[in-house]
Ligand binder design. Structure first.
Ligand SMILES: [Ca+2]
Ligand SMILES: [Ca+2]
Length: 168
């Protein structure tokens, strides 16, 4: 059987459509990852456009948030979650967040060079019923807050900023 024309296997169009896993949008259903058995080793990971569940190992990770209401359970290492502008409509959930070690990468959301103690409150606040939902105002006008993620712990944004745990 001759190979089908125009499918090169590198861009999500090889064989089974959209399921080669090369990019985060290539999956056709939710991705479930359980890396709890990994005590070392850094993970760089992203999911699908659906509601993914990802449990990190102990070696730290960089998670690229995708569309869908995803649940990320962090491990013992230093984890970084990079949020995506096109996922702002979906309120993700992060469990086991370490307010002294894990980081929130908001560089795709905020078009600013840096945040200071003075400007942070224009762009970011903690809200929700329990004050554990990170909310962003994209233009810093303080009038259009959008939910980004709900954490399972209370965090202090100013402390996280000074500790380089908020990345813009
Ligand atoms: Ca997703
Ligand atoms: Ca998401």
């Amino acid at each position: 059987m001759l190979a089908a024309a125009g499918v090169d296997g590198t861009d999500g169009s090889d064989g089974v459509a959209g399921q080669d896993g090369v990019n985060g949008t290539g999956f056709s259903s939710a991705v479930h990852v359980d890396a709890t058995g990994l005590t070392t080793g850094y993970l760089t990971i992203s999911g699908s456009d659906f509601d993914d569940t990802m449990i990190m190992g102990g070696g730290g990770s960089l998670i690229y948030d995708t569309q869908g209401v995803d649940t990320y359970t962090l491990g013992a290492g230093d984890d970084v979650i990079k949020f995506s502008l096109n996922d702002l409509g979906d309120l993700d959930v992060v469990n086991n967040f370490d307010a002294t070690a894990d980081a929130l990468d908001l560089s795709d959301l905020l078009d600013v060079q840096s945040l200071t103690d003075q400007t942070l409150g224009d762009y970011l606040q903690m809200g929700g019923t329990d004050g554990q939902t990170l909310q962003v105002d994209l233009d810093g006008a303080g009038s259009n807050w959008q939910d980004v993620v709900t954490l399972d712990t209370t965090i202090n944004l100013l402390e996280m900023l000074s500790n380089n745990q908020i990345i813009v």
